[in-house]
Design a binder for this molecule. Structure first.
Ligand code: FDP
Length: 344
């Protein structure tokens, strides 16, 4: 039913399809749906609007700069990270859709206060990805991943968070860039909504996004070249070696915000990578609230995501803040990368 609706949407005038309307239509296509999922997304969108508004005023409001504290990753926490983290928690904790949350900024799973009802879903998020780019007016974003709780009846806990990416029921991100976009999948394709700040609503602007099978750009922090494995160095060298017939050399594009680098890759194709290196044996990016949600989006858009050794969606997490190497993007570009960097 759902693809039929998307076809109708793409034929019709997009303007006028708010995120809310889209979610309600979707809900109607599932007989017996409780509306819990729709409400969860409405609350996520609300959090996104609040964070977007604060991000766009950050300079004016004096929110730029460091608080001096460090997060669980040992990184310096900035004020907007804390604001985004608290906004997501406040918007989601009371609605009765979520039974547990986890955030990049918090060591342990975040329980729902006992005064609120507990729902069926587990929400994990990176409240403000790309935080080192806040001070320099470059796109940043919020990434989220939704699982169903595993333990109905019991108190939800860490095991509800430690599920492989393939078990996600939804994933997405909100990008705070030249416009604010809400991009998500709930297993029926990837759909993008752009915030019209004058109306305060997300409108469907990018229905059923598909990633080109092959792109023209690679995105990797080449400052790490000296600590890369020789295979990774050779792969990047190969991408830069002219071969007109096969569309090489690729152009380099690196923003340093996963959300922004992925968003470009999703729309235009190509590959983003954060490989393992001699300093970071498991790469830098976190599995549960960075790599896995982006991997689900990539898969739903016809792309791929790999650690270099296995599909990101198949990795079974053992720790909340676990890191994984990531190669993500157009199907053929990721296949080429894996063929060249794989050890086993
Ligand atoms: P940041 O540290 O600025 O929050 O995981 C965090 C992340 O940004 C990603 O958004 C980004 O892709 C990556 O780290 C950038 O890392 P490098 O600065 O090492 O390139």
């Amino acid at each position: 039913m759902w693809p039929t609706m998307v076809d109708e949407v793409s034929k019709a005038e997009h303007y006028g399809w708010t995120l809310e309307r889209f979610l309600l239509e979707r809900q109607r296509s599932f007989p017996g749906a409780t509306g819990e999922f729709t409400q969860l997304f409405q609350q996520l969108a609300l959090a996104g609007k609040i964070i977007s508004s604060r991000v766009s005023q950050a300079g004016l409001a004096g929110l730029l700069g460091h608080t001096g504290a460090t997060n669980v990753q040992g990184e310096t926490v900035q004020k907007l990270d804390i604001f985004a983290n608290n906004t997501l928690i406040r918007c989601l904790e009371s609605g009765g859709q979520v039974c547990l949350m986890a955030s990049e900024e918090v060591d342990d799973p975040i329980p729902i206060p006992t005064r609120y009802p507990r729902g069926r879903y587990v929400l994990m998020f990176d409240p403000l990805d790309g935080s080192t780019n806040i001070d320099v007016n470059i796109s940043i974003g919020t990434i989220f991943s939704v699982h169903k709780r595993l333990s109905p009846g019991d108190d939800p806990g860490l095991r509800d968070c430690l599920q492989s990416g393939s078990r996600q029921v939804a994933a997405g991100y909100i990008i705070y860039g030249s416009s604010c976009m809400f991009v998500f999948t709930s297993g029926d394709g990837v759909h993008g909504f752009t915030l019209d700040p004058s109306v305060g609503e997300f409108f469907l602007s990018h229905p059923d996004i598909k990633m080109p099978e092959r792109g023209k750009t690679y995105s990797v922090n080449e400052g790490n070249e000296t600590v890369w494995d020789a295979r990774v160095r050779d792969w990047v060298g190969w991408l830069k070696t002219p071969d007109k017939q096969h569309g090489r050399p690729y152009s380099g594009r690196y923003i340093g915000t996963l959300v922004a680098d992925f968003h470009r890759t999703l729309l235009k194709g190509g590959i983003f990578a954060y490989p393992a290196d001699a300093k970071n044996k498991n790469g830098k990016l976190r599995l549960l609230y960075e790599a896995a949600p982006m991997a689900l989006l990539a898969a739903q858009a016809g792309g791929l995501a790999s650690t270099g050794e296995q599909a990101v969606l198949d990795v079974v997490p053992t720790e909340l803040h676990q890191r994984v190497p990531l190669y993500i993007g157009s199907k053929l570009d990721v296949q080429d990368a894996v063929e060249r960097v794989r050890k086993s």
